[in-house]
Design a protein around this ligand. Structure first.
Ligand SMILES: [Zn+2]
Length: 71
């Protein structure tokens, strides 16, 4: 009988956690997807997050060094 209570307790904790993380995941989905979007550096072909990328002449670059490189 004690084992039953432990199992129920574990299930209850799991449900609370699932609910909590489920909500967290939902709020994450609502955030602009631009933050997680990956772009390729036009100079060295490295993939970086769009928020860190430098946009120049319609192309993305990973750093100021790459942005200055002429093709
Ligand atoms: Zn680069």
């Amino acid at each position: 009988m004690v084992a039953y209570k432990i199992i129920l307790f574990v299930i209850l904790i799991y449900l609370i956690y699932a609910l909590f993380f489920g909500r967290k995941r939902n709020t994450r989905d609502k955030n602009p997807s631009e933050e997680e979007l990956m772009v390729e550096c036009a100079a060295c072909k490295t993939f970086i997050g769009i928020s860190e990328a430098i946009k120049k002449d319609g192309k993305y670059f990973c750093s100021q060094k790459c942005a200055k490189v002429k093709q």
